[in-house]
Ligand binder design. Sequence first.
Ligand SMILES: C[S@@+](CC[C@H](N)C(=O)[O-])C[C@H]1O[C@@H](n2cnc3c(N)ncnc32)[C@H](O)[C@@H]1O
Length: 223
Amino acid sequence: MQLYGALGTVGAPLIKYPTMTLTLPIDIDAVKGFLSQAEGEALYETVLRCKGRAPALEIGSYCGKSTVYLGLACQATERTLLALDHHRGSEEHQPGELFHDPELTDASGAVDTLTSFRRTMTAAGLDDTVIPVLASSAQFAATWSGDLSLVFIDGGHSLDAALADYRGWASRIERSGYLAIHDVYPPPETGGQAPITVYRLALASGLFREVMAVDSLRVLQRI
Ligand SMILES: C[S@@+](CC[C@H](N)C(=O)[O-])C[C@H]1O[C@@H](n2cnc3c(N)ncnc32)[C@H](O)[C@@H]1O
């Protein structure tokens, strides 16, 4: 687990990541997904650091693994989590692709993670905290106009999708709020380059400084 980012850090040193082991209300390993425990705890910690009461937004919930960490922290801080996902999977989840899971399909064979997501939310006691948004990121960005305390980008990993998420949502983050980006992989051979492109754009904008780096998760704070 990497605790401190070695990537283009701007401004103040990274926040020391506490050695935290949360007690979760469910067996998180039983939830299908793509997040390490350390990344989940870092997301939890980041929500606790949010100051305003504005909702947090997750882009890309899948079966709810990251939503559990974000949702529990929102519950503890009395804020709402908007969990945005069309639940039809990203490119890599489609039939024939590397991360396709035949257990996550509807009767027609199309990817469908909504049932699994809802089951996770109920089991974790998060139904009153998490508002599932069944839409594409672009659709919802055209509708929602409020401020956000945190935006977590973990949706489509094509360059177009990641850029749309950044351009659609980063400007809604309130001052001193947070932008968290998952799957940031500096060497191209270790992972797709769309999330790191967004990460670099955010830092280059001068609007954000990096405050936390855990595994492939990067957390930036709006200046
Ligand atoms: C990598 S998974 C998210 C993993 C999840 N955060 C976890 O902790 O396991 C990406 C999710 O983003 C969703 N997604 C992809 N593109 C999207 C878009 N444009 N709008 C909304 N959701 C999208 C997919 O349906 C998929 O469930």
